[in-house]
Design a protein around this ligand. Structure first.
Ligand code: ADP
Ligand code: MG
Length: 611
């Protein structure tokens, strides 16, 4: 009776509809074409525009090119060389994979393409209009692919009218260009608009690329960032806090060479900058993450720049702590700019020589109390060398005993803690005069009697040792022969599983069974009789709303080491001496991680006033 009213849309209509999703403005075409060039292994990508792309977008690359057959196929919908099976989706190394971009662009613009593979004589010229191939010829051209996209949205007037002013559309294009260029410092790029050169970027090291995009004189305000963990590796550059801008802008995240936006991670960076820049300013950063492609989901939407991370909480805390650490290093040396300036306005005659990134080895873990660093005298570490090169102070002495470092303390520009205890301690403690009583070690000094709290000293030592390690790798874990079972609440189970990665990094390995934690691995530093109380206090910390998400890692390490040091004891003077030596190697040796005093001097004046 009734006729079928459902029919399939003609191919070109389907493509136009799809195009509406993928291609919203000229900048979308730029992004798709540039990404195709990168996927094709180009070493040089040129972008030329007329009228902010409304009249012409040309992308020329020296990549792999296409065979005559593929040159036709590439304009079909779902035509891709990058994905063969659904499994490939989870190991993506390429930018594209949908095979939609060219079909979409061809349905809403006039496209001509020249392409040639290496080692063959002739290339192919294809011209497409309204998805129909108008020209298919053999031509002479060089290796690679060149696209010309003209009259964008000529057949979609609503879209064309919707385009913003040339300035705004060009701004969007520039954003896309910069993102692609920042993601690939090893590729050469150029950008011309209406015949004017906007960018000419040489292939080179990351720092140079970031500085070229961040603009004039930006090199000197970049602070390097680098962190390796088993889940994510992080590198990049931060703008120095004093160069922060009032406008948003220089904020870039990349994961596996792909730009993305992420307000959660942005929060981590802002938090790390807290107190260093005013609330009206924005931090600048260009941060590159590398993670296992199977652990991210980029397949949310073709044009969206959001990415889902499986380990987002973990990455958040690592970002926060590594940015803090990088800024901290910079703050310790505010007046010494170790990064030699490089001017990128090089005369054109030098342009062909590859610039080399300045290499200066500042030792981030430099600690003036650490003996081994100086033990071989003048060769020293990066920091001593830098000091000498900069003409600060004299060459460092090479004492072999830790005690002598108190002489250096006053002149050392990095030593921030000044406490009279350590200065007083210098002369006599080294004679091995230790008395151990209850939880204290006593040692006479020039001006009185130094008292050290053994548990707090041990806590400080363990904390300093483990916090540095924790950021980079999982702490040593000891497998238990017989798992410990622990009943906890529903809330606590949720807390545990929400923070499982961090807890594993800490050394805890558990399986969860209902509300039972079955613990089969514990941090090696933790004595067996402290496991239970340690877990309780960790759970309490995780529940504590006053602890910021980003600080969780620090709290956990603090709690772990506190429990590990709970029963610390020294037996005999040799142990006392070892403890004191390790303590004085900690930068903040006067205070425990909770800010309480580790040591106290009872002065001779105090003593005599009692007589
Ligand atoms: P996708 O990038 O998702 O595969 P596209 O529609 O962007 O889909 O491109 C389709 C195919 O055309 C690609 O898979 C690739 O094989 C080929 N191609 C596109 N651009 C280039 C280029 N610049 N150089 C070489 N091959 C290209
Ligand atoms: Mg593509």
């Amino acid at each position: 009776m009734f006729m079928s009213i459902i029919h399939l849309l003609p191919e070109h209509v389907a493509n136009q509809i799809a195009a509406g999703e993928v291609i919203q403005r000229p900048a979308s075409v730029v992004k798709e074409l540039m990404e195709n060039s990168i996927d094709a292994g180009a070493t040089f990508v040129q972008l030329n525009l007329k009228d902010a792309g409304k009249t012409l977008i040309q992308v020329v690359d020296d990549g792999d090119g296409m065979t005559p057959e593929d040159a036709v196929k590439c304009f079909q919908r779902h035509a891709t060389s990058k994905l063969k099976s659904a499994d490939d989706l989870f190991q993506l190394q390429t930018k594209g994979f949908r095979g939609e971009a060219l079909a979409s662009i061809a349905s809403i613009a006039h496209v001509s393409m020249r392409t040639k593979k290496d080692g063959v004589d002739t290339g192919t010229l294809i011209e497409v209009e309204g998805n129909a191939i108008k020209t298919n010829e053999q031509i002479v051209c060089s290796k690679g692919t060149s696209f010309e996209v003209k009259n964008l949205f000529y057949n979609v007037p609503a879209r064309r009218n919707f385009l913003k002013s040339e300035g705004i559309e060009f701004g969007h294009i520039r954003d896309e260009f910069e993102r692609v260029a920042l993601a690939h410092p090893d590729i050469k790029f150029s950008l011309h608009h209406n015949g004017q050169e906007i960018y000419q970027l040489q292939a080179g090291v990351l720092r140079m690329r970031v500085a070229s995009i961040f603009g004039r004189n930006s090199n000197e305000r970049l602070v390097p960032l680098e962190e390796q963990t088993n889940i994510v590796s992080i590198k990049g550059f931060l703008g120095k806090p004093d160069a922060a801008k009032k406008t948003r802008g220089e904020q870039f995240f990349f994961v596996n060479h792909r730009f993305f936006k992420d307000s959660y991670f942005h929060h981590a960076i802002s938090k790390a900058f807290e107190g260093m820049i005013s609330e009206k300013h924005f931090p600048s950063y260009c941060i590159y993450l590398e993670v296992d492609p199977a652990k991210i989901d980029v397949n949310i939407h073709p044009t969206k720049t959001e990415i889902k991370f499986e380990e987002d909480r973990f990455i958040y805390s690592i970002l926060l702590s590594s940015v803090r650490q990088a800024l901290g290093k910079y703050n310790i040396f505010p007046t010494l700019d170790f990064e030699t300036e490089t001017s990128f306005d090089v005369p054109s005659s030098f342009r062909k020589t590859e610039p080399v990134e300045p290499q200066i080895n500042v030792d981030p873990s430099f600690n003036p109390f650490q003996t081994q660093k100086f033990s071989n005298g003048s060769s020293g570490n990066g920091f001593t060398k830098a000091l000498k090169n900069e003409g600060f102070g004299q060459a460092m002495p090479s004492p072999s005993e830790w005690e002598q470092f108190y002489h250096i303390e006053e002149s050392s520009p990095v030593q921030q803690t000044s406490n009279s205890e350590s200065l007083d301690f210098e002369n006599e403690a080294s004679h091995g005069n230790y008395l151990i009583h209850d939880r204290y070690v006593f040692s006479p000094t020039k001006s009185g009697l130094l008292v050290i709290d053994v548990k707090r000293a041990k806590w400080r030592i363990l904390y300093d040792e483990l916090i540095g390690k924790f950021i980079h790798q999982a702490l040593d874990s000891q497998q238990l022969l017989f798992p410990i079972e622990k009943h906890v609440s529903n809330v606590e189970i949720d807390l545990w599983s929400n923070h499982e990665k961090l807890l594993q990094q800490l050394g805890f390995h558990c399986t969860i069974n209902g509300t039972m934690l079955s613990i089969h691995g514990v941090p090696s530093v933790l004595p067996e009789n402290s496991i239970d109380s340690c877990i309780d206090s960790l759970l309490a910390d995780l529940q504590n709303r006053d602890i910021d998400q980003g600080d969780v890692a620090h709290y956990l390490v603090r709690r772990l080491t506190q429990n590990a040091a709970k029963d610390a004891q020294v037996r005999g003077t040799a142990e006392a001496q070892a403890l004191v030596e390790s303590l004085f190697q900690c930068e903040e040796h006067a205070l425990a991680p909770n800010g309480k005093k580790v040591m106290h001097t009872v002065s001779l004046v105090d003593i005599s006033s009692n007589f």
